[in-house]
Design a protein around this ligand. Sequence first.
Ligand code: ZN
Ligand code: ZN
Length: 299
Amino acid sequence: MQDTLSQPGNPFAVPGHWYKAALHTHTSLSDGLRSPEEVAAWYRDHGFQVLALTDHNLCAEVDGLTGPGFLAIPGAELHPGRTELGEPYHLVAVGIGRPHAYTAQDSVQDAIDALRADGAVVWLAHPYWLGVTLPEIVALRGIIGVEVYNATCEEYAKGLSIVHWDDVLARRRLCWGLAVDDAHWYRSDHGRGWVMVRAPELTVDAILRALAAGHFYASQGPEIHAVEVTSEAIYVRCSPACRISCVSLCGYGGPAAVPGPGEPLTEAVFPRRQMRVYVRVECTDAAGRAAWSQPIMID
Ligand SMILES: [Zn+2]
Ligand SMILES: [Zn+2]
């Protein structure tokens, strides 16, 4: 079996630079507290290089927010159709070229198709908080993934959607995982979830391409430095962790690596033979914050 280093979903196997990105953020143009300029200043001053403004049902003007080493991308959070529970879908679209707005009468799939035709990258926001079912997620065509962590939804104890993600992957559907703030600025909901994007340059086109290809990982704090998948093993390097896990189908993943007495845990190796369908890596630090690699399909 060939090594899978060149597969989609492995940003550690492609050349480029790392960019810290906040991809789901609200401003006072919809239901956020701070202005677009204040929001951009906060992220720029806190080490981010990419910011997507994603106000509800509108596409903010971002041209004046981009500067040296900092890229603002136009986006929106859109609410077409209704879920089985009668709630509007929450889609995040970045790279939007023109305004879009949808209502309950619109088909969620038609909305995704139109946004993609317009050049946008689209994903499903906060599945746990939204209460969407697995069949509803699997039915969506053309989204790049789901938010596995949403800091604002965590205020309601529904920030993590790991189970939704693994359930989709178990059906052999490639699905990237994103971490986002979904900041509204009324609480401490900023700087808590982001993605690290591997791209050749800091341009809208390069960032969108990298997101679509899965050339990024999601984090609440830890850094992942390497993920290599060979025919024999999955090798991981990361910032100091208290647990490194390799997750696969059902119970086929490896038991977590934990530090030895007095030793920092910064790498782990998992035998490939026990994995099925997909592998993804989670690194958790002493504060309980996690980083999630993208899944790599292995059979
Ligand atoms: Zn939402
Ligand atoms: Zn939102």
